[in-house]
Design a protein around this ligand. Sequence first.
Ligand code: C2E
Ligand code: CA
Ligand code: CA
Ligand code: CA
Length: 279
Amino acid sequence: AKSLGRNMYQEFTHEMKEETQQRVKLETCLHGAVAAGQLQLVYQPKVSLASGTIIGCEALLRWQHPELGMVPPSRFIPVAEDSGLIMPISDWVLRTACLQAKAWSAAGLPAATMAVNISARQILRHDVAEWALGILDETGLAPDLLELELTESLIAQDVDKVTATFGRLKNAGVKLSIDDFGTGYSSLSYLKHFPVDTLKIDQSFVRNMLTEPGDAAIVRAVIVLAHNLRFKVIAEGVETAEHCRLLCEQRCDEIQGYYISKPVPAGEFETMLRNGVQL
Ligand code: C2E
Ligand code: CA
Ligand code: CA
Ligand code: CA
């Protein structure tokens, strides 16, 4: 038993060492990513179920490294948050997204809001309102064409700070949505005072709504809750016609997911915006 214990300990420390080395390697590579032009945004359409038209998109970050290949955001965003790289990266993301949205609107394409994800560390440590309004000013994008998505779990960490930040953004005309709604284990009471426009039902509930009665019940409940609080509601991770039909029946306002389109480069999104999509 003693030697087993030691073996497990050695294995454990070995794994921790590898994990740490991996993170250090990622961090080193990430340092040069912006300057080397390795970051890219892809855009996923959001569609209104009432009109069948694209009402906006979500910008999602991609990192293509020459040796590491395509690194998913779920792996490098936490590294960026822990290393102080999150601000320069987020800065690039927001600026690029705003310039893109501005270009689309200047080209006379149908109006579409540009949604950008905000990281937990960012909102807790920095003045996100001042930062975002500054970039809107620089890029000349109309504030009501920008939407910021914040995850429910991070809101719960400092409701007062988030409420103040949201208030300033909302006053300036920026749209706000709560991402991954239903996964944050937080109290619902904060919602009634919250200046947000949209609740985004987490994709885990949507994915299982056809087979798990519990998940279907949560989806229905979130839609009713959102509407009673005068919020719009969007379902993410919509993959099939059956998801779409059920959400439509339950009066969900908007959908996003592979059923409409995967996240795509700017040029492809522009084509969808021009030609529309099939529901
Ligand atoms: P999220 O904000 O919840 O984004 C939704 C994720 O679901 C995206 O993964 C998207 O590609 C994926 N997705 C969309 N439709 C479907 C579908 O129908 N089925 C399935 N299975 N998945 C779908 P992605 O792009 O890998 O991003 C993962 C997470 O990384 C995001 O989750 C977000 O939290 C974070 N992230 C991405 N870009 C940024 C960014 O620019 N800044 C920050 N702070 N976080 C970002
Ligand atoms: Ca999101
Ligand atoms: Ca989400
Ligand atoms: Ca998520």
